[in-house]
Design a protein around this ligand. Structure first.
Ligand code: UTP
Length: 295
């Protein structure tokens, strides 16, 4: 059984769906309630036993790097003023020295290209990839669930969920050979298929455990859907040699790369917070009643 020690966080995308906010704030720094998306992803990785965090960033993403810096002056001030809750909140951002690295992607040439740039940092071992704009709410982190399952299957593993057929063109989709419990053995993967030609409705979402052989595939691969270097294509090309398993995680996934998904996640995560819940529920009920009265 191989310990998955390293995780890659591709965060170099332009985030155009959140313009103008993302003109100066990286998408991954947008907060769900009071924590930025990147914090949810890093916490999920830590829960799964990840020890090294590799971020693929781009120009204009400096706030992401600063976020994990020690804020000595701020900490001192909070300590002096007895702000223990604020200090504890700040503590979430503290990572052991030497565990973070940042790699720059010059041009947004696609998720596959971003992952390829992490090759030197990953080396020759299986590794995880987490897309922070896919937020997964689960009692046990989705990546931790995958790490457990991967110990049995090996090969490449992708997180999957069932989607309505009309939505297949927004996802990578598995061509399923056979299924057993949460595991689906793939005989192929297609990026963004039209609903009428999609091989299934089992869609890939932003968590992966990959073998390093994926880098060899990315090195020789040309652009795919949307003219971008697609990670799905590289995994698919390696399928016969390494095997690909789809893992149906237990949990609820929010597409926080879209405004609709982000707003929905904000509501759900706010309702999860004991100190906000009662007032927020009251507010939502009153809001719904007033909307019904107007209708
Ligand atoms: P998206 O497809 O959501 O693209 O990328 P985007 O640029 O972030 O957002 P929109 O569509 O313009 O609103 C999925 C993930 O892949 C990363 C993104 O940062 C995001 O985590 N990515 C994408 C890169 O790191 N580099 C790329 O070239 C493309």
């Amino acid at each position: 059984m191989t310990h998955i020690r390293k995780a890659v966080f591709p965060v170099a995308g332009l985030g155009t769906r959140f313009l103008p906010a993302t003109k100066s704030v990286p998408k991954e720094m947008l907060p769900l309630v009071d924590r930025p998306l990147i914090q949810y992803a890093v916490d999920e990785a830590r829960q799964a036993g990840i020890e090294e965090f590799i971020f693929v960033t781009a120009a204009g993403k400096g706030a992401l790097e600063d976020y994990f810096d020690t804020a000595a002056a701020l900490e001192l001030r909070l300590k002096k003023n007895g702000k223990t809750a604020a200090l504890a909140a700040l503590g979430q951002t503290r990572m052991p020295e030497g565990t973070l690295s940042f790699i720059r992607q010059d041009q947004p040439r696609g998720l596959g290209h971003a992952v390829k740039l992490a090759q030197r940092a990953v080396g020759n071992e299986p590794f995880a990839v987490l897309l922070p704009d896919d937020v997964i709410r689960a009692p046990r982190g989705a990546l931790a669930q995958m790490v457990d399952a991967h110990a049995q299957t090996g090969g490449h593993m992708v997180a999957t969920m069932d989607v309505p057929r009309a939505q297949t063109s927004s996802y990578g989709v598995l061509d399923v050979d056979h299924q057993r419990g949460q595991l689906a053995t793939a005989r192929g993967m297609v990026e963004k298929p039209r609903p009428d030609v999609a091989p299934s409705t089992l869609a890939v979402v932003g968590r992966y455990i990959l073998q390093p052989s994926v880098f060899d595939r990315l090195a020789v691969q040309g652009p795919g859907a949307g003219g971008e270097l697609q990670l799905t294509d590289a995994i698919n090309a390696d399928l016969a040699d390494a095997g690909v398993t789809g893992f149906r995680f237990a949990g609820e996934r929010f597409d926080c790369g879209s405004i609709q998904g982000f707003v929905q996640a904000t509501t759900v995560y706010a309702l999860d917070r004991p100190e906000l819940r009662l007032d927020y529920e009251k507010f939502l009920r009153a809001r719904q009643e007033s909307l019904q009265a107007v209708a």
